[in-house]
Design a protein around this ligand. Structure first.
Ligand SMILES: CCCCCCCCCCCC(=O)SCCNC(=O)CCNC(=O)[C@H](O)C(C)(C)COP(=O)(O)OP(=O)(O)OC[C@H]1O[C@@H](n2cnc3c(N)ncnc32)[C@H](O)[C@@H]1OP(=O)(O)O
Length: 129
């Protein structure tokens, strides 16, 4: 957590923590080779997260039912054995690429189409690093 992530003095902003959880959960869909968007994100804030601390995030898919992907994520302070600070349950809904073409701005769609590896680079991560 960096100073730019601060909400209350010295502590991470809840919206930033929710974003981190959403991003971690969304990465699971990439592993499933599925294009999906967040339909529901339920977040529990269990402990304050200090600026300067490391938040270790883990996420897993719990169920898939048709277009619906259920997943859960946990953020622990300091490392994988640290105390739970935040957690979230999410529902992602699979969409066609048309979702972005129909609803997004043409400029960004054009940039993405002209550089198909853009999203791949942005989502580059190791599985079980
Ligand atoms: C180029 C490559 C790019 C690759 C791009 C990579 C994407 C990265 C995404 C990053 C994550 C984000 O930030 S996503 C941004 C934030 N999220 C969004 O903007 C999503 C906005 N919402 C929507 O567009 C829509 O509501 C959808 C797509 C989620 C669902 O609409 P729909 O397609 O019409 O489907 P719909 O029939 O309503 O729902 C399908 C099933 O899911 C259930 N369902 C839907 N929403 C909910 C909900 N909140 N809570 C409970 N259940 C729900 C329905 O009951 C239904 O169940 P049943 O009747 O089938 O049982």
């Amino acid at each position: 957590m960096r100073p730019a992530h601060q909400g209350a003095p010295g502590l991470a902003h809840g919206g930033v923590l929710a974003t981190a959880l959403d991003e971690t959960l969304g990465s699971l869909n990439w592993l499933l080779r599925t294009i999906a968007v967040t339909g529901r994100l339920e977040t529990d804030f269990r402990r304050p997260v200090p600026v300067g601390s490391v938040l270790h995030l883990e996420a897993e898919v719990t169920a898939v039912a048709g277009r619906k992907i259920y997943s859960t994520a946990t953020g622990r302070l300091g490392g994988p054995e640290g105390p739970v600070a935040v957690r979230a349950d999410a529902l992602f809904v699979e969409v066609k690429v048309d979702h972005f073409i129909d609803n997004g701005r043409p400029e960004e769609i054009r940039v993405a189409m002209n550089d198909p590896d853009q999203i791949r680079r942005a989502r580059a991560f190791e599985v079980n690093p």
